[in-house]
Structures are given as structure tokens and as C-alpha cells.
Design a protein around this ligand. Structure first.
Ligand SMILES: Nc1ncnc2c1ncn2[C@@H]1O[C@H](COP(=O)(O)OP(=O)(O)OP(=O)(O)O)[C@@H](O)[C@H]1O
Ligand SMILES: [Mg+2]
Length: 172
């Protein structure tokens, strides 16, 4: 493991997709934090993966990277939480969304084109009709039997150079 890799190791999956391994929750949080610091302005980070994969853990790191100092809780019951920081951090969790019609009750266009960085858990619930404007990232978190997580990351749009460098550093 290289210094500064926060317990992560990775191998390039080819194309614009990177694969990083996070051996524990702290490593997942550290990768999220690097995202919060380096993501381009207005980025939307879609966090996919099964129940308990570590989506909220990653999002908490993103919030820290945005300079949020208070506790970052799971917005499962609120659906959307806003945090002031050095950068505005928005945390969306669509788990409790039952029907696509309910999406209409949220001001999604405004949320997805908001400032700072926005994380969305359970992005599958956005359905086909919702367009996520770039810059955006797709992070698929896959639990491994030993408790580590494989993070598959796709970076879409401009301005991801610093984040890409951080992920590449975790490969070494
Ligand atoms: N490598 C790891 N990365 C992330 N979380 C880990 C890891 N190893 C163990 N964990 C633990 O797994 C749990 C992940 O919970 P978390 O709430 O982040 O998942 P989630 O994907 O948001 O779940 P939900 O689907 O309920 O929203 C935490 O208790 C965390 O400490
Ligand atoms: Mg969660």
C-alpha cells in the first residue's frame, strides 16, 4: 500500500472506469472525502450498491471533503438533507421512494443542478426519465466476503482530473 492511499488499492478497469478497493469503512470514507474536496462544482455523485454496502459512509466522507463539520446523518426519512460547508453538500437518499410519481414531488431538476456536490443513494429509483446533468460520477459499491468493498467509479463530464489522480494513486 502506498502512503496516502488510505487503505485502498485499485486496478484500472479500462476506459473511463476505475476500480478501487476500500478495505474498511474508514477507507471508503477517505475516498469519499477526496471526492468532496476535488469534485468539480455542481457534481452529482450517484451511489449504488446493496443495503449496507457503504453508500452513506461514502457520502459522509464527501460531506467532510466539502468542509461540513457537524454530524452527517442518513437522510432515509427526510429524502434530502442540505449541509452548509466550504462547499454546499446535498445528500439525497431515495430508498423510501415508492413510486416514480413521487419523484415529481421532489424538486429534482433543481437538486441535480445545484451548487457544491450532491450525493444520491439508490439512484436506480430515478428511473429512465430523469437526466443527470454532467459533471457526474457513478460509484457502485460492492461488498466482498472479507468486509472490504470494491468501488467501481465512472467519471462523466469535465473537471474530474484531481479526483481521477486521487483514484489512480489508490491503484498503486
Ligand atoms: N469497507 C467498508 N466500506 C464501507 N462500509 C463498511 C466497510 N466495512 C464495513 N462497513 C460497515 O458497513 C456499514 C455500511 O453502512 P452504510 O449505512 O454506509 O451503508 P448504505 O449502503 O448506506 O446502506 P443503506 O442501503 O441502508 O442506505 C457501516 O456499518 C460500515 O461501518
Ligand atoms: Mg444509506
Amino acid at each position: 500500500m502506498s502512503p496516502g492511499s488510505a487503505g485502498a488499492s485499485a486496478s484500472r478497469a479500462g476506459g473511463a472506469s476505475l476500480e478501487v478497493e476500500a478495505r474498511d469503512a474508514a477507507a471508503t470514507r477517505a475516498i469519499g472525502e477526496a471526492f468532496g474536496r476535488t469534485a468539480p462544482e455542481g457534481a452529482v455523485v450517484l451511489l449504488a450498491g446493496p443495503l449496507g454496502a457503504g453508500k452513506t459512509t461514502f457520502a459522509q466522507g464527501v460531506g467532510r471533503g466539502c468542509g461540513v463539520t457537524g454530524p452527517i446523518t442518513s437522510p432515509t426519512y427526510n429524502l434530502i438533507l442540505h449541509y452548509p460547508g466550504e462547499r454546499h453538500f446535498t445528500h439525497v437518499d431515495l430508498y423510501r421512494l415508492d413510486t416514480p410519481a413521487e419523484l415529481e414531488t421532489l424538486d429534482l431538476d433543481e437538486i441535480l443542478s445545484g451548487d457544491g456536490v450532491t450525493c444520491v443513494e439508490w439512484p436506480e429509483k430515478l428511473g429512465e426519465r430523469v437526466w443527470v446533468p454532467p459533471p457526474s460520477a457513478e460509484v457502485v459499491i460492492e461488498p466482498k466476503p472479507d468486509g472490504a468493498r470494491t468501488l467501481r467509479v465512472r467519471l462523466i463530464g469535465e473537471g474530474w482530473e484531481a479526483a481521477r489522480r486521487r483514484l489512480a494513486a489508490a491503484e498503486r
